[in-house]
Design a protein around this ligand. Sequence first.
Ligand SMILES: [Zn+2]
Length: 246
Amino acid sequence: MAAWTIILINESLTIITGEENMGEFESVKLQVLNACRALVTSGYLIATGGNVSVRAMEQAAFAITPSNFDYMQMSLTDICVLDYDLNLLEGAHKPSMESGMHAGIYQARADVNAVVHTHQVYASALALINVPIPALFDEQVLFLGRSVDIIPYAPSGTNSLVDNVVRASRNHHNAYIIQNHGALCFGPDMRRAIHNTQVLDKCSLAYLLALCTGRETSTIPVEIQEMMFARLREDQKKLEMDGGNA
Ligand SMILES: [Zn+2]
């Protein structure tokens, strides 16, 4: 039995930690569960939309949210664990219909260990007008990449969507907008994937507001873009060299 510690952060957000006697996949399942609670509380995950996963290091597997499940009713045993061929290793429920997308990302990107897919509103608005976000802010390029590109639409849960996502992800960016669908953020860990989700939200809203003025929007200088992106790539390359499980 794991020794769980329940920490009540506030009335709606409970973080569970369990360091002792963790099962093979308990740690990554816990990270998924805690991320969902934080993302629901902050409004990025809405109703049963979106999905969240964490790579199980050295296992060629990942923990992911179950399909069509109320995030606030979710417990550790409800989280699914899949290998990259989408075989169910743990979990009693049907895994997220976007599991193939997550598996594709982990195989294509050795630097990515956590994936957050949301239907967050401001990025979704850009998904409707099919407008990518250029390099607006220093921290945007440092954490998300040189731009937030639009991944072409394909129906949810299809191989076409997986192909579109994997193809787009090869530019080493950490945030994308899926056309007529929502947002997709990566991180070397879940803490950074959530952080990137927040940065994307801020950039999406700021850009939408700027577009609404009808005035021309300015971007940061190209040499600063290159400098910031080089720093991001430096961190990613360390993980790519350590990788080997992608
Ligand atoms: Zn979705």
